[in-house]
Write a protein that binds this ligand. Structure first.
Ligand code: PCA
Length: 329
């Protein structure tokens, strides 16, 4: 009997040690971070560097695990997954959320901000609204990172909109579907991962996206023409669930905000650099790279004005104040 008691006490003690060890282990919080694009894109490189910086400076309190290319959660589900705390943090292409709030549509309006200096101003002017729109879903913006300007890919020369009539045009957001419509083409929603296959099976004939995305998808294998229309500079954004972020101690929150700020600088610098480098690669690989004709530019700009007017109507006073702030910068 006595022996048994001692044995029980010993078991108790070792159980306590085990529990203590386990709680020590779980002192490190793990976050899953789904990313929509694959490892070849600068967006994913930027997000990885953010996670590495946080992990290195979190003193064992937090570990962010990156899941790129929609491997954990597919792009259309990432916003909902962070909002519902299925995961803690995630990245999306801002324009995809256009139907949630008009401010997300502003990111894809053609010919409003077509160079990086203007895109930076537009970001500055719209940032408060962007933060507010995310806050409605209990999300906190960490950083944005742009893509190079959006250019036109096609399998024939496009000298005017007449050349696009009836072509199937890839869209990646509500705003780009509308753009395809106004161009006289047929919008087809295709995620980046399916672009190559969609071209080779004739599911799409044309697309508007960055030179980087063409390089990532080896577009020279199945697309011949690239017109540098520089229509807009869209962004991805990284956000965290606010409730989860607020649970961290202040020091750890600061580690995250500092890493986010560094990632934002890095993303904007990289996009500027890749806009040039990746256009050169498309040319070197044999694509016919040309500037748009006056006629095409004029037609596209007119569509841009229509889309901006429609956006202003939808976005109301808060939209007008963003636009006024942008123009004043
Ligand atoms: N590439 C992404 C979004 C914008 C861009 O340049 C894509 O085509 O899906």
């Amino acid at each position: 009997m006595r022996f048994l008691k001692i044995k029980n006490a010993a078991i108790c003690a070792s159980l306590m040690t085990a529990t203590f060890a386990m709680s020590n282990l779980s002192a490190e919080t793990r976050w899953d971070m789904p990313l929509p694009y694959g490892d070849g894109t600068h967006q994913t490189q930027v997000a990885r560097s953010f996670a590495e910086e946080v992990n290195a400076n979190a003193q064992g309190k937090l570990n962010i695990k990156v899941h790129s290319g929609g491997s954990l959660i597919k792009h259309p589900e990432i916003h909902r997954a962070v909002k519902s705390r299925q995961v803690q943090i995630g990245e999306v292409f801002i324009g995809r959320l256009g139907n949630n709030d008009p401010i997300f549509k502003l990111d894809n309006i053609p010919f409003l901000a077509t160079d990086f200096a203007s895109a930076e101003k537009l970001y500055k002017a719209s940032k408060d609204q962007l933060i507010k729109a995310l806050a409605k879903d209990n999300l906190t913006l960490l950083y944005t990172s742009p893509w190079p300007a959006q250019d036109l890919y096609s399998n024939k020369p496009i000298n005017s909109l007449a050349d696009l009539q009836g072509l199937k045009m890839r869209s990646y957001s509500p705003t780009t579907s509308k753009l395809a419509d106004l161009m006289g083409s047929i919008p087809v929603n295709i995620p980046f991962s399916d672009v190559a296959q969609a071209f080779t099976t004739n599911a799409i004939d044309a697309m508007v996206t960055s030179p980087s995305t063409g390089v990532n998808a080896q577009s020279w294998d199945y697309i011949s023409h690239f017109s540098t229309i520089h229509a807009w500079i869209p962004k991805n954004m990284l956000f965290v669930n606010t409730k989860i972020f607020n649970r961290l101690d202040k020091e750890l929150q600061q580690v995250i905000l500092t890493a986010a700020n560094n990632a934002e600088q890095k993303g904007w610098a990289l996009a500027r650099q890749l806009a040039v480098e990746h256009t050169d690669i498309l040319r070197d690989k044999g694509m016919i790279v040309s500037a748009p004709s006056e006629e095409l530019q004029g037609e596209l700009r007119a569509i841009g004005e229509t889309m901006l007017a429609d956006w202003l109507e939808e976005a109301g006073d808060s939209g007008k104040s963003v636009l006024d702030a942008y123009r004043a910068l």
